[in-house]
Write a protein that binds this ligand. Structure first.
Ligand SMILES: Nc1ncnc2c1ncn2[C@@H]1O[C@H](COP(=O)(O)OP(=O)(O)OP(=O)(O)O)[C@@H](O)[C@H]1O
Length: 284
């Protein structure tokens, strides 16, 4: 089932053409990551899907509804973690989550959600006293309290320590496992690789690559680098048949090849190649 369908999406801010003809299909239960340099049009696209920005042209359907005609019932089916949620409350974490739960017809248990985002120890703390990373985890709690069918996250782990990132990844993987569709933007390629079933690379308002992060840009089948140590020196060959190269080395060394490694391009290699130079900023 298609949850998000976008055709020919276009959006300008004055002379800045932020989005210039994006097509997307996101299916139920998938984790979809939008990658791209600063100013590529990621947030603009996601905010249009969320119903928080109007488009200039194109067709958009999210859970079967045009977000420009969003109803309260439609909003209740969606969870959003915005890029900047700066409002500071005098309420405690628990009070804030409970308060938000009341907006939804079938909310999750507030204490369970607080526990799952790793804020149990801070449940009684005032929101204004949380650290940046803790505040972000609260944003996630507020986005999932309504048990959304579709969850949008704009750079969800920016400012997180490594443990908090892992924890959020586990939370998101668990939600996806239970059928929640997740759309996230991120600058962390390891985040996309760990979480996403598919990624779209957006450059200058267009999708330049789309696919499974493990195979994007032919990285699983492209040339590999076979490296080893011989006579105290590091040697390497680039080859499209690494198994044959390893077999040949094994014969030559008559057993274990010293410090053998076989590497393919990383997602970062492929990504940097795709965005090329001048990927920054939308063209005027
Ligand atoms: N409200 C606005 N008014 C004017 N220009 C805007 C506005 N919002 C975004 N832009 C411009 O539109 C372009 C796309 O911005 P957008 O925020 O969608 O990019 P992004 O890919 O999310 O970037 P980042 O990775 O930095 O968050 C940029 O050139 C940005 O300066």
């Amino acid at each position: 089932m298609t949850v998000v369908r976008v055709r020919g999406l276009v959006k300008s801010y004055g002379a800045v053409r932020a989005v210039r003809g994006i097509d997307l299909d996101i299916v139920a239960g998938e984790v979809f990551a939008v990658l791209g340099p600063n100013g590529a049009g990621k947030s603009t696209t996601v905010e249009i899907l969320e119903g928080y920005r109007r488009r200039d042209a194109g067709e958009v359907s999210v859970l079967g509804v045009d977000p420009e005609r969003a109803t309260r019932a439609w909003r209740a089916r969606i969870g959003i973690v915005p890029q900047n949620a700066n409002d500071v409350y005098e309420l405690t974490v628990r009070e804030t989550v409970r308060h938000h739960a009341r907006f939804y017809p079938a909310p999750a248990d507030p204490d369970e959600v607080i526990e799952r985002v790793g804020l149990a120890e801070k449940a009684g703390a005032r929101v204004g006293k949380l650290s940046g990373g803790q505040r972000r985890r609260l944003d996630v709690a507020l986005a999932v309290i309504g048990r959304p069918e579709l969850l949008f996250l704009d750079e969800p782990t920016t400012g997180f320590d490594p443990e908090a990132r892992r924890r959020l990844w586990e939370l998101l993987a668990g939600l996806a496992h239970r059928g929640t569709t997740i759309v996230l933007t991120t600058h962390y390629l390891d985040e996309a690789e760990t979480l996403a079933d598919r990624v779209a690379v957006v450059v200058r308002g267009r999708v330049t690559a789309l696919g499974d992060p493990r195979t994007l840009g032919g990285r699983a089948t492209g040339e590999a680098t076979v490296a080893w140590t011989e006579d105290g020196e590091r040697r390497s060959v680039r080859t499209s048949t690494p198994s044959a190269a390893v077999a040949e080395l094994t014969r030559r060394f008559d057993g274990e090849v010293p410090e053998l490694t076989v590497t393919r391009p990383t997602l970062e290699d492929v990504y940097l190649d795709l965005i090329g130079t001048g990927g920054e900023e939308a063209e005027r």
